[in-house]
Design a protein around this ligand. Structure first.
Ligand code: ZN
Length: 326
């Protein structure tokens, strides 16, 4: 599937906000996040832009942060490029999604062979630790049909409450690496969480009128987001994660969608649009482009704006015409 590189411009804007005091560099080929404060002490490497954004929120000026998977490509179909191994090698802290989502990282860290970067090492952080997981499977199913939903659904960062847990893990790891910065790290995190709490309240209020609304999504990206905001994603355009839909699957989906009074089709920015468009047209409901990751659609340059975008896009799509909230 074509990977459109729409992340680049926004990335630059994001970094201007994220790192007002530091030098900013964006790798033009990758569109990945790269924040480098002038006196960077701790080099953080995150597999995704979401974890990178949360590391920036916690580390502030104390860290330089890079991400590996470009924002506007399918992260679950990602394969590392030649420069990525050096990025990982130089990491003082390596933050991953876990749960099979970024399984390719294990190949890199094994190749590097530095104990710090391996599970249990000082530089290693699996951000899924402590997250209440959804869709847990008995065993790890890696890379099924070119895709990885491993031991559980891995899209946990899309529930804002889970950012509390992820930032706690990042803060703990940073304090372990730089104990003298404990207070600054804690203060950064508190500031971020205060803003998150304020917005969380607004997001809940904005989506409250749509509690229980039935939706169809292209990919199974939304269980954490949907549970938090009481939405009901009943079916997927993909018959399985990473598998394209057949005409028979689409006919069935349209039947079910009609019966369940589905109100919108959720679509991820890097997935092929034709099938989602067809289902939306046949059900006569809007197709809503949501951001799966920081920088995956314009205006989602940090963690809070990612959630802000998704809440606003959904509320607008679900509001009856003429009664759209400001
Ligand atoms: Zn997925």
């Amino acid at each position: 599937m074509p990977a459109r590189n729409l992340g680049l411009l926004i990335t630059a804007a994001a970094l201007a906000v994220a790192s007002a005091s530091g030098a900013i560099s964006v790798a033009p080929a990758s569109g990945a996040i790269s924040v480098a404060p002038a006196s960077a002490a701790l080099r953080v490497v995150a597999t995704t832009t979401d974890l990178a954004a949360l590391a920036v929120a916690v580390g502030g000026d104390l860290v330089s942060v890079e991400s590996i998977v470009p924002a506007a490509t399918d992260p679950e179909a990602f394969e590392p490029r030649p420069g990525d191994i050096d990025k990982v090698r130089r990491a003082v802290l390596l933050v991953r999604v876990g749960l099979g989502y970024d399984y390719w990282l294990d190949t890199l860290t094994k190749q590097i062979g530095d104990k710090r970067l391996l599970r249990g090492g000082d530089a290693y952080l699996d951000a899924s630790a402590g997250i209440p997981l959804l869709e847990i499977r008995g065993q790890s199913v890696m890379n099924e049909g070119g895709h990885a939903h491993g031991v559980a659904n891995p899209h946990y960062w899309l529930d804002p409450e889970n950012a509390i847990i992820v930032t706690a893990g990042i803060a703990e790891a940073l304090v372990r690496l730089a104990p003298e910065q404990r207070q600054r790290i804690a203060a950064n995190r508190e500031r971020f969480l205060a803003e998150l709490k304020k917005r969380r309240q607004r997001w809940s209020e904005r989506l409250a009128p749509f509690a229980g609304v039935k939706l169809i999504a292209y990919h199974n990206t939304w269980p954490y987001f949907a549970r938090r905001f009481r939405l009901d994603v009943i079916e997927f355009v993909e018959p399985k994660p990473g598998v394209s839909p057949s005409p028979a699957h689409l006919s069935q989906l349209i039947l079910e969608g009609r019966k369940a009074h589905v109100r919108a089709i959720l679509h991820e920015p890097y997935e092929p649009e034709e099938a989602s468009r067809l289902v939306a047209r046949r059900l006569d409901v809007p197709l809503v482009l949501l951001a799966v990751s920081v920088d995956s659609v314009p205006g989602t340059s940090d963690y809070l704006s990612l959630l802000e975008h998704n809440v606003a896009a959904l509320a607008q799509a679900l509001s009856p015409p003429g009664r759209q909230a400001p």
